[in-house]
Design a protein around this ligand. Structure first.
Ligand code: NAG
Ligand code: NAG
Length: 474
């Protein structure tokens, strides 16, 4: 029975019920009237009559009850049908609801958000797709229509839409950007951060308003993905990122490490020193641990979000997350060759930084089958032994020796540093990032920066008896 038939059917049934009811009442009335007129003194007759009346009364009552049940069932049936119709709404259906369907007013119509949310909850509760984990991809967007460039790649490279549902979270209420996102239809889920109120910002920080809005947006979006939609893992991607061909494979392959190793808290697609000339372009399979939180395309679990969400900061979330109180000595996995690259942004971030540095990051262009590889060398217990061994057994060289290429020994080499300034000087000369966050240099692991230079693996390293990061280094 299609929808229109059912409406017609319902109104016909209802007319019938009402007629029956009226008829019953009429019969009841006539009998009462008759009784009134023929008041008899005969007790026996009286009893007979009163029995008949009771029986009639019972019949009428039963009829009324039956009618009510029937009516209730019809309403339930139609509400069910309605709910289905609403899931795929069309203007025609809406008109029918408004014009010819009075019961609609008693049904609570689900909002588009509720429908999306339920769909994602149903998906996330499956946990696995083809025996492989479901990982949501959260794209952070605001007012840049170039989000299109990022989405095109994410969609094109994705092998399974159920395994990697793309959720585009938009702040800023920018109409053109919203239109671009909407144009992807079912391929992505578009959610919009509703709180556009002004943020209370200390006067001295007014010019950093953007950072406050970003932190608010991240917090909201991650709450949605983990606590409302129910995903266990998500990859955060900003709207200005290009992604490598093996982007999904990289995260899927490293996912077991993130789950198994409690000393890891993220997997990042980004190498902060990943410029051409500082990486081995023939080693796209190579991965590292780093104490420096890189961001820029990174995966986290719900467990971590449970921990961070309760104290999420009002601004500068990325530097906040790098503080010892948050990091708690945990590391991220990062690749030799970045799996993301920013294609430039006009916004809160410094444009100069892009021109001087970000622009030169080499994006991996090969496909590495990470899910089929044995990555257990990255687990802390395996990694640290080998890493310390390799770093401190390597030949010590000076910057000029390295630069000249006149090194006789094979294998990796080490340039020692003993002070903050020595680190900065050497880093600058080599073209490495020389800044610190909470005392940690970019890509640093146990104070060591590992990179590739003149066809050689190089460690810029502190003393072997290194005592940990000095948060006063900046
Ligand atoms: C149906 O009614 C609702 C509420 O009165 C209204 O907002 C909506 O525009 C109507 N839809 C159509 C198609 O008439
Ligand atoms: C994976 O590599 C580790 C060494 O890192 C080794 O101990 C382990 O046996 C390997 N596992 C498999 C399945 O090959």
């Amino acid at each position: 029975m299609d929808f229109i038939d059912e409406v017609t059917f319902n109104s016909a049934m209802r007319k019938k019920s009402i007629s029956l009811l009226l008829l019953s009442l009429l019969v009841w009335g006539i009998i009462t009237y008759f009784l009134f007129l023929t008041r008899t003194t005969d007790n026996k007759d009286k009893n007979v009559l009163s029995n008949q009346i009771n029986s009639l009364k019972a019949q009428v009552e039963r009829r009324i009850a039956d009618n009510q049940i029937l009516l209730k069932r019809l309403i339930e049936l139609q509400q069910k049908k309605l709910a289905e119709q609403i899931k795929t709404p069309s203007p025609v259906n809406e008109e029918i609801l408004n014009v010819t369907y009075p019961v609609a007013s008693t049904v609570k119509l689900k909002t588009e958000e509720e429908i999306v949310s339920e769909r994602l909850q149903a998906l996330s509760s499956k946990k696995l797709v083809n025996d492989s984990p479901i990982i949501a991809v959260l794209v952070i967007s605001c007012n840049r229509i170039t989000v299109q460039r990022c989405l095109d790649q994410l969609i094109k490279l994705r092998t399974n839409a159920d395994q990697f549902p793309i959720i585009v979270s938009q702040d800023c209420e920018h109409k053109q950007t919203a239109d671009v996102i909407k144009s992807y239809g079912d391929q992505v889920v578009h959610i919009q951060q509703p709180d556009q109120s002004d943020i209370d910002i200390p006067p001295r920080e007014k010019k950093f308003k953007g950072y406050f809005k970003i932190a608010r947006h991240y917090g909201w979006a991650l709450n949605k993905v983990f606590f409302e939609f129910g995903f266990d893992t998500t990859i955060i991607v900003e709207d200005d990122l290009d992604v490598a061909p093996d982007f999904y494979e990289y995260f899927l392959g490293t996912y077991p490490l993130l789950v198994a190793d409690k000393s890891l808290w993220c997997v990042s697609a980004w190498n902060d020193n990943g410029k051409s000339g500082l990486v081995d372009e023939n080693a796209p399979h190579l991965l590292y641990r780093t104490d420096f939180f890189p961001g820029l395309g990174w995966m986290l679990t719900k467990d971590l979000w449970q921990e961070l969400s309760v104290k999420w900061p009002k601004a500068y979330w990325d530097d906040w997350i790098r503080q010892p109180e948050q990091r708690k000595n945990r590391a991220c996995i990062r690749p030799e060759l970045s799996r993301t690259r920013t294609f430039g942004k006009v916004g809160v971030s410094n444009g100069l930084f892009y021109e001087k540095h970000l622009k030169y990051i080499k994006l991996n262009d090969q496909s590495v089958p990470f899910t089929k590889m044995n990555l257990s060398y990255l687990l802390k217990d395996n990694y640290d032994i080998n890493f310390v061994n390799d770093v401190y057994h390597s030949t010590v060289v000076s910057y000029s020796e390295l630069k000249s290429g006149n090194i006789i020994t094979s294998g990796s080499v080490r340039i020692p540093y003993h002070s903050r300034q020595a680190f900065k000087n050497t880093a600058k000369m080599l073209g490495l990032m020389d800044d610190f966050r909470s005392g940690v240099p970019r890509t640093g692991y146990r104070g060591v920066i590992t990179f590739f230079y003149n066809k050689r693996r190089v460690h810029l390293a502190p003393n072997m008896n290194w005592k940990g990061y000095d948060i006063s280094w900046s």
